[in-house]
Design a protein around this ligand. Structure first.
Ligand SMILES: Cc1ncc(C[n+]2csc(CCOP(=O)(O)OP(=O)(O)O)c2C)c(N)n1
Length: 570
């Protein structure tokens, strides 16, 4: 590549778009300003669908969710300076989640030292774990774009491709063929480590697998189920991989704060816990308390630096999850009885009857007497969020994607709404930011229009991210938005309330969220009792022309147990 301007060549903006399109970019999220206008249009001209968000934070989160559900790098396009800084929370979530995401960010010319838009883009990226690529001359535009794409895809990284305005104004030559930028080859485990893990599993009497994001990325369900059947393992996931083992009689669902009492009991009773592409962090292991005193912990990950990073492990295997599980299964004897290891006929029955949260008895704390209409302005009744979630679980089609925001409420949809598989759950919670749920749902709905997307939000997160409600309506996305409305930053109320602190900074007067929704163009209902959900059933029957917003006035007399778990991590 030459560093000299090439008057015969392609404008840099065209070249960048051409490279991205050739590598497979067909969807781009963004907010367009002068700096990214031309490159975004160049992508659209090459057939990409452009999704206009109303805030760059929303655009980044949409692209992140889209990438999680398509398994392809997401692309978000932002203006220089404030466009990028607005996107930073979404970029941070993506980087912490190892989402392959490419942030196409306009940047000031290196000579524009006094530009009001100048920020330290490299420093900003480094601060949140995103790698920054910047062609310093037009001649580097193609290579930097390929490098950025390759790093995002093969390294599962969030990258910023900074495009200085002076470089954008130049031109360059497209090479006849692009350098390779495909996914990384799956890493095979060593024979020795396969043998060690096989021995540990053969000796285990009560093995439990916890599959994480890496199992989902590797599409390793079949291999893990095969290995599980050869050693009698029970199958759990981290929250990020919820749904991976859906339908297996040995599925424990999520390990960690969201684990049901039976799942927690069984994980604690394991003598060998194997994390598969799973960081085994404090959320997944309840700060280690889910590991029994005499249990051995093993971990398999294709990133050696992940081994033992959160939880001491007796056996660490560096390798792709699917390849490793298959190799270990090949070592173990085939044709073992169905009830082996932790698996028994009795346990299978217990799991069928009790492992789901919705099968755990609870006392309904709803304050609806059953006499009110549920619509009168003086109606103060509130619905128990468990009752609400179970009713929704019954009503919503099984083919769904549940996207969850952060807050005290977040466990209710996560634990009580079932999902059809790991793509049925979009959990943008690595950074624990509130306000990302609605944009996560939008990215999910665009990635999977065949499913009904359900955005589960607290009132705080909903109002923080509300600008994207216009995006939902404008795009005609037929989604359900459920607001668990306690008229407070409930997480903070429950965090500080017990110590007698003033809480007026975290409590709010009732907001007319259903009315706000209607203002944006949604169908909307307020729910104070189970029966107030009837119009939702009618909406589900079709034609679903506008999104449905459910403002559920929920009870919130005490904090949730997963929240107490979260506070231990602060
Ligand atoms: C961007 C951001 N700001 C502040 C917080 C701290 N925080 C955590 S939960 C929460 C309250 C969320 O309220 P809401 O969405 O209504 O859900 P609730 O806790 O009431 O269920 C706040 C402010 C955060 N996590 N992220």
């Amino acid at each position: 590549m030459t560093d000299l301007p090439d008057p015969q060549g392609l404008p840099v903006t065209e070249a960048v778009a051409e490279v991205l399109a050739k590598l497979g970019a067909d969807t781009v999220f963004g907010v367009v300003g002068s700096g990214n206008f031309v490159v975004t249009n160049a992508l659209i001209q090459r057939g990409a669908r452009y999704v206009a968000a109303r805030h760059e934070g929303g655009a980044a989160v949409m692209a992140d969710a889209w990438a999680r559900l398509t398994g392809r790098p997401g692309i978000v396009s932002v203006h220089q300076g404030p466009g990028l800084t607005n996107a930073m929370t979404g970029i941070t979530e993506a980087a912490k989640s190892r989402t392959p995401l490419i942030v196409l960010a306009a940047d000031v010319a290196s000579s524009a030292v006094r530009s009001n838009f100048r920020i330290d883009v490299s420093g900003l990226g480094a601060a949140v774990g995103a790698e920054v690529f910047r062609p310093r001359t037009p001649g580097f535009a193609v290579d930097e774009t390929v490098r950025a794409y390759r790093t995002a895809l093969a390294g599962r990284r969030t990258v910023v491709l900074a495009l200085p305005l002076d470089v954008q104004a130049g031109s360059c030559t497209m090479p006849a063929a692009l350098p390779a930028a495909g996914p990384a080859a799956a890493l095979a485990p060593s024979a020795a480590s396969v043998g060690e893990l096989a021995s540990a599993l053969a000796a285990a009497r009560r093995p439990v697998f916890i599959a994480g994001r890496g199992s989902r990325a590797a599409g390793a369900r079949a291999e893990l189920e095969l290995l599980g059947s050869r050693c009698g393992a029970l199958l759990a996931t981290s929250a990020a991989a919820k749904g991976l083992f859906r339908g297996s009689p040995w599925d424990l669902d999520v390990s960690g704060g969201f684990a049901s009492p039976l799942a927690a009991e069984l994980i604690q009773g394991a003598d060998l816990v194997v994390g598969w592409g799973c960081s085994l962090n404090m959320w997944t292991l309840r700060h280690g308390r889910l590991i029994g005193p005499s249990a051995t912990v093993a971990q398999v990950d294709d990133d050696a630096s992940a081994l033992g990073a959160h939880q001491p492990v007796a056996l660490g295997v560096t390798g792709d999850v699917a390849l490793t599980a298959r190799a270990v299964a090949d070592v173990l004897p085939a044709g073992v009885p169905e009830f082996t290891g932790y698996r028994s006929a009795e346990l299978r029955e217990r799991l069928a009857a009790q492992v789901r949260w919705r099968d755990v008895p609870y006392e309904d704390e709803g304050t609806g007497t059953g006499k009110g209409t549920g619509t009168g302005s003086g109606d103060q009744a509130r619905i128990d969020p468990r009752t609400l979630s179970i009713a929704l679980d019954d009503m919503l089609p099984a083919e769904r994607i549940v996207a969850v925001d952060s807050g005290n409420f977040m466990g209710f949809p996560s634990m009580f709404l079932s999902v059809p598989d790991a793509d049925g759950f979009c959990f943008t919670q690595a950074y624990q930011s509130i306000g990302l749920g609605l944009a996560s749902a939008i990215g999910s709905a665009i990635a999977r229009p065949d499913r009904l997307t359900v955005a589960a939000l607290g009132d705080g997160g909903a109002l923080m991210g509300i600008s994207e409600l216009e995006t939902v309506v404008r795009l005609g996305l037929p989604m359900v938005i459920v607001v668990y409305d306690d008229e407070a930053y409930g997480a903070e109320v429950h965090h500080f309330g017990p110590d007698g602190h003033r809480l007026d900074t975290v409590r709010f007067p009732p907001a007319k969220i259903a009315k706000i929704g209607r203002g944006f163009g949604c169908d909307a209902i307020t729910v104070r009792r189970r029966r107030d959900l009837r119009p939702a059933a009618a909406w589900l029957d079709g034609p679903r022309t506008a999104p449905l917003l459910i403002d559920a006035k929920v009870t919130s007399s005490h904090g949730s147990w997963w929240l107490e778990e979260a506070f231990r991590g602060h």
